[in-house]
Design a protein around this ligand. Structure first.
Ligand SMILES: [Zn+2]
Length: 560
C-alpha cells in the first residue's frame, strides 16, 4: 500500500519535467528510484531531528514567558525579534535582521492593572485593559453607572438616549451596555479533526475542499438601512463618555469561564478614548444584577499604561539559510510574532513562529545545503490587519499586476497561524499542479496526521499572513491545523499561555513543514503559477483592511 503510493507520487513529480521524458526509460527509472530513496532518507533524518532534538519548547519559553506579550510597536515585540535573530544565527542561519516598516501608531503596553468592587461587597475584578487606551494616573474610586443602550438604534435613537444619560455618567465608572447572556456550552466542538474529515478537507477532488484558515475573511458587518453599526455606536460612545466627564469605561467580555478578549482603541489615540477595561462576563453580570436591585456600587481601578513613540516603526524579523546553485530563488516560511496583550500569545502565534524556526533549523541541523535560499519571516502588525506581511510583499515582490524583479523568484510562502494543533494539510494559492507538488511532499507524513493539499484561487486578504502573498498573486501556502482549544479558549484571550501548547503536535507540524520546505528548496522547477489568463482578478478594494467589529460594542475590534 505504502509502496504503491510512493511510486505513484514519484511519477506525478516527473510530470512537470518534460525534458526527462526524452531520455532513455532506464535512466528515468534509475533517476526516479534515486530521488525516491534520497527523499525517504532525508525524511527519516528530518523526523529524527524534529522528534529527538526539538527546540520548539525552548523557543516558546523565550517568546512567551520572557518576551510576551508582543504587541505591535512595543519594546517586547522588538526584543522578541532580536532574540529570535540571535537564536537563528546561533543555529547557523545568515543575514538575520529586523526589517522596518511604517506602522504609523505609537507602541503601547500596560504595566499593571488592578480592579476592585468596594461596595456593597468587596472583591477583586477580573479584567484586561483595552490596548492603546490611556491609564488612570493613580487609583480611581467612583460609583458605577450602567448604560443600557437601545438595540440596533438609529442615529436619532442613540442621540436621544445618550442625551438622557449625560449627567448620569459624569464622574462615574461606566458599564457600556447591558450584560451579555453567555449560555453554558453543552456540546463543545471536537478538539481534533477526524482523519476522514481532514482527508476530505484536503482532497483535490472534493469540490468543498480547502475550507478553513487562509480563505476569504468574514464579511464585514453589513449596516441595516437607517441603523447604526456596532462600530459606529462604539465610536460615538467613546466621544460621548469623554465629553460627559466619565472616568473609566468598562466593557463586558461576553465569554464563558472568565475568558477575556481585549483588543484596541481603534483610533490608537489616547485623547480619543477613556481608560477602558474589558471585564469578565461573570463580574460584569454580578455588578449589573446588584445595580438592578437599586443598590449603588462603588468600583476602584488603577491602570498604568506606557506609550512608545518609537513604535511607529515596526519590524519584521528575518533570517535565512543561503542557497547554492539556485541561490537567487527563495522559499519562505513564517508566522506572525506579534500578539495581543492579555496573555503571552502562545497559540497566537508564538507557536507558529517556533514551528517555522524549527522547520528551518531541522534542515540546517541535518546538514542540508538547499539549492534555493530558505528565508524565515516572523511578521508584526498581523493583528492590526496583516500589516507587516503586506508591507514586506509590497516592498520585495510587488504584485502580479506590478511585479518587482523578486516577484518571479519566490517559490512559495508557508504560514502557520491556527494555534497549537498539528498540521493537517495545506491550501496552496495557484493552479492544481502547484497543490500537487505540495501534496506529494507532505504525503509521507500521513501517519503524523497530514492529509494533503488543495489549490486555492482566492486573492482576498484573509485571516492570516499567507493571504498577503496570495493577494499579490504569489504562492501563499496556508497550513490548516487541528482546532484543539484555539477558538474555544486561547485565541486572542487572557488564557493564551505556554501551558496550552501541545509539544508533540508542534513537533509533528515542524517535521512536515521541514520536509515540504526541503522539496521546494531542492526541486528543479519553481512551483507552477497561474498563467496570465488564469490569474484570478484582485477582489474589489475595500479600502483599509479594517477588522470586523463584534456584535456588541465594547470589546474593541475583532481582528484576525
Ligand atoms: Zn494569529
Amino acid at each position: 500500500m505504502l509502496k504503491t503510493r510512493a511510486v505513484f507520487l514519484i511519477c506525478v513529480s516527473l510530470l512537470g519535467t518534460a525534458p526527462i521524458l526524452a531520455q532513455d526509460p532506464a535512466d528515468i527509472k534509475a533517476k526516479v528510484r534515486k530521488e525516491g530513496q534520497d527523499s525517504a532518507e532525508i525524511n527519516a533524518k528530518i523526523r529524527k531531528e524534529g522528534m529527538d532534538n526539538s527546540q520548539i519548547m525552548r523557543t516558546m519559553h523565550f517568546l512567551t514567558d520572557v518576551y510576551g506579550p508582543r504587541l505591535t510597536g512595543s519594546p517586547n515585540l522588538k526584543a522578541a525579534g532580536e532574540w529570535a535573530i540571535k537564536q537563528m544565527t546561533g543555529w547557523g542561519f545568515e543575514n538575520g535582521h529586523l526589517e522596518p516598516w511604517d506602522f504609523g501608531h505609537p507602541g503601547w503596553m500596560y504595566e499593571r492593572f488592578s480592579g476592585f468592587i468596594n461596595s456593597p461587597v468587596k472583591d477583586t475584578l477580573t479584567c484586561e485593559v483595552l490596548a492603546w487606551t490611556p491609564g488612570t494616573n493613580g487609583p480611581v474610586t467612583a460609583k458605577a453607572h450602567q448604560l443600557i443602550l437601545p438595540e440596533k438604534p438609529t442615529q436619532e435613537e442613540l442621540t436621544t438616549y445618550l442625551n438622557s444619560q449625560k449627567d448620569k455618567v459624569n464622574s462615574k465608572i461606566v458599564l457600556a451596555g447591558k450584560a451579555q447572556v453567555v449560555p453554558v456550552t453543552i456540546n463543545p466542538s471536537p478538539r481534533r479533526q477526524e482523519d476522514k474529515q481532514a482527508k476530505e478537507r484536503y482532497d483535490p477532488n472534493n469540490p468543498n475542499a480547502g475550507q478553513g484558515r487562509g480563505g476569504p475573511r468574514r464579511q464585514p458587518e453589513q449596516p441595516e438601512p437607517g441603523k447604526l453599526t456596532a462600530r459606529q455606536i462604539d465610536e460615538q460612545l467613546d466621544q460621548f463618555l469623554i465629553a460627559s466627564g466619565a472616568l473609566i469605561r468598562v466593557n463586558d467580555a461576553g465569554r464563558e469561564h472568565r475568558q477575556i478578549r481585549a483588543f484596541n482603541n481603534r483610533t490608537f489615540d489616547a485623547a480619543k478614548a477613556l481608560p477602558t477595561v474589558v471585564m469578565s462576563n461573570e463580574d460584569y453580570g454580578r455588578i449589573t444584577r446588584i445595580l438592578a436591585d437599586g443598590t449603588p456600587v462603588e468600583l476602584e481601578f488603577n491602570i498604568v499604561n506606557h506609550w512608545y513613540p518609537e513604535g511607529k516603526t515596526a519590524y519584521n524579523t528575518i533570517a535565512e539559510i543561503a542557497g547554492t546553485d539556485k541561490k537567487d530563488e527563495v522559499v519562505m516560511l513564517g508566522g506572525h510574532l506579534d500578539s495581543w496583550h492579555s496573555a503571552t500569545g502562545a497559540t497566537d502565534n508564538a507557536i507558529g513562529c517556533a514551528v517555522m524556526m524549527e522547520a528551518a533549523r531541522i534542515l540546517k541541523a541535518i546538514g542540508i545545503k538547499p539549492r534555493r535560499m530558505i528565508r524565515v519571516a516572523l511578521w508584526s502588525g498581523e493583528e492590526q490587519g496583516l500589516l507587516g506581511s503586506q508591507a514586506y510583499v509590497k516592498e520585495h515582490f510587488g504584485t502580479f499586476e506590478e511585479p518587482k524583479p523578486e516577484y518571479s523568484r519566490l517559490v512559495g510562502y508557508f504560514n502557520v497561524d491556527s494555534g497549537t494543533g498539528r498540521v493537517r494539510g495545506a491550501s496552496v494559492f495557484g493552479p492544481v499542479e502547484a497543490a500537487a507538488v505540495v501534496r506529494q511532499a507532505l504525503a509521507p507524513f500521513e501517519d503524523l496526521g497530514v492529509m494533503g493539499a488543495v489549490a486555492s484561487k482566492s486573492r482576498a486578504l484573509g485571516g492570516t499572513d499567507s493571504t498577503s502573498f496570495s493577494q499579490a498573486g504569489l504562492p501563499g501556502i496556508g497550513l490548516g491545523q487541528d482546532p484543539i482549544e484555539y477558538n474555544s479558549a486561547t485565541w486572542h484571550t487572557n488564557l493564551d499561555s505556554y501551558e496550552r501548547i501541545i509539544e508533540d503536535d508542534a513537533k509533528k507540524s515542524a517535521v512536515a513543514v521541514a520536509a515540504a520546505l526541503y522539496q521546494l528548496a531542492m526541486r528543479d522547477e519553481l512551483l507552477p503559477r497561474f498563467s496570465k489568463d488564469a490569474m484570478p482578478p484582485l477582489p474589489p478594494k475595500e479600502g483599509a483592511p479594517t477588522p470586523a467589529t463584534t456584535a456588541t460594542p465594547g470589546t474593541g475590534v475583532k481582528p484576525r
